[in-house]
Write a protein that binds this ligand. Structure first.
Ligand SMILES: [Zn+2]
Length: 443
């Protein structure tokens, strides 16, 4: 303790809360003792009931923060989002015009200048932190078809952890040139990464209807060889299924309208396969993170489990696009039961009901309201499973004594306390507050 007292840059904080909940358990009432030093991650010295934590010698030096109506949770992971689309804001979806028309709207409205991209990503970072999110799987879009490194650089200067996935397209007329550019792109991204960094660059072939299967194959082989995280959109819409299975429909019309469609496309699609089976040989190369998978029969579920594929389920996005009308209820619980690492994503702010925050806490709430999903399972999806999907140290997303915390959030559930504080968090609408994190920056 003398050593502790002799370090003026060491701060000991004690949080007294109604409860503390991670993926494994709820402690209530809860007390957390946290040591903070500049440029270091906050160190969880002790957690337990107030009596238990009072016996820790460091408790004598702590500044006490009393949060009697709040529940504490680890910082959250948003495993699939598009922060560079934040400035477009929430927009309605017109089912009559369909997914292809919506995607075309995004293509024409997305920011293209570096300044505009940087400003949108910064706003997205702010809205994420406001939502208690400390790590993201962010898709860095490709304005005018070219991958941009601006989102990676902007995230690197922020407190957020995670992966910035550089997105690209490559089908039809663009297929040969994309193949030729891939080695250089992978090399450029790999050079951005350093060992043990909390923010890494990754790669994202956009989706099976915009990237040729042969481009996927080379991209994933090259990226796996260089240790790059890999993600893609998969099995999201009815239009995607029709395109992949039959080579017809609005996605084909979109490519034709853009002058991209040529004979090379039908060399690998139109074989009657659903999107997951179409990509099965690529998924077998290395475990990757796939967003959505609204379209998932038993065979596809088996393929995802066998290949170690992780799924970023974006519940509010799936509902916004009416995925359930085409494919039935999302099978995330069956996926979890089959050992698939299902995590949560928000997708972009365009499909969210408002732009107050970009937070998977709201997706946890959405699932709890709709499905009464086990509350601790929801915390697991939004913390441990998301951290694993992004290659982060999972321990920082638990409340095990001794860990270095990636973040700590508080949700005030007010006076109406039930005997299940975590369920109360999920039933309430109150905003989360980031108390500690990320990158060791606390307040
Ligand atoms: Zn997306």
């Amino acid at each position: 303790m003398n050593q502790m007292r002799s370090r003026p840059d060491t701060q000991i904080s004690r949080y007294e809360a109604l409860a503390a909940c991670d993926a494994l358990r709820t402690i209530g009432p809860a007390s957390l003792l946290i040591e903070s030093r500049p440029a270091e991650l906050p160190h969880l010295l002790a957690i337990g009931t107030p009596n238990e934590v009072s016996s820790d010698p460091a408790a004598a030096y702590a500044t006490v923060h009393r949060l009697p109506t709040s529940v504490l949770l680890p910082g959250l992971v948003n495993a699939h989002t598009h922060l560079d689309l934040t400035d477009i804001g929430p927009q309605p979806f017109d089912p009559d015009r369909g997914f292809a028309a919506w995607a075309d709207m995004v293509r024409t409205r997305r920011p293209t200048s570096e300044d505009a991209i940087r400003s949108a990503v910064r706003r997205g970072i702010q809205l994420s932190l406001t939502g208690g999110v400390v790590a993201v799987g962010d898709i860095a879009g490709a304005p005018a078809g070219q991958p941009s490194l601006t989102p990676f650089q902007t995230l690197r200067d922020s407190p957020l952890w995670g992966v910035s996935f550089a997105e690209f397209f490559g089908i039809g007329r663009h297929y040969p040139a994309t193949l030729g550019r891939l080695p250089r792109l992978v090399e450029t991204l790999a050079e951005l990464n350093s060992p043990n960094a909390n923010l890494r660059a990754g790669i994202q072939p956009h989706a099976p209807n915009t990237v040729d299967l042969r481009v996927y194959d080379l991209a994933v082989r090259l990226a796996a060889g260089r240790g790059l995280p890999i993600s893609t959109h998969l099995a999201e819409s009815d239009e995607e299924r029709r395109f992949v299975s039959e080579g017809t429909g609005p996605q084909r019309s979109l490519l034709e309208g853009l002058g991209i469609w040529d004979g090379s496309v039908t060399e690998v699609i139109g074989r009657g396969l659903d999107p997951v089976e179409h990509l099965a040989s690529v998924l077998a190369i290395t475990p990757m993170l796939v967003a959505h998978v609204n379209d998932c029969d038993d065979r596809a579920l088996g393929t995802l489990a066998r290949t170690g594929t992780r799924v970023a389920y974006c519940p509010r996005a799936s509902a916004y696009f009416g995925a359930e009308r085409h494919f039935g209820p999302h099978r995330y619980r069956e996926m979890l039961a089959a050992g698939i690492g299902v995590c949560l994503g928000t997708d972009s702010v365009i499909n969210l009901p408002n732009a107050d925050r970009i937070s998977v806490l709201d997706d946890m709430r959405f699932l709890y309201h709709r499905d009464r999903t086990d509350p601790h399972q929801l915390v697991r999806m939004a913390t441990l499973n998301g951290a694993a999907a992004l290659g982060l140290d999972r321990s920082g997303f638990t409340f095990e004594p001794g860990v270095r915390l990636a973040g700590l959030i508080a949700v005030d559930i007010g006076a109406g306390v039930s005997d299940d504080p975590l369920a109360s968090v999920l039933l309430s609408a109150s905003a989360p507050r980031l108390l500690v994190g990320a990158q060791g920056r606390g307040d």
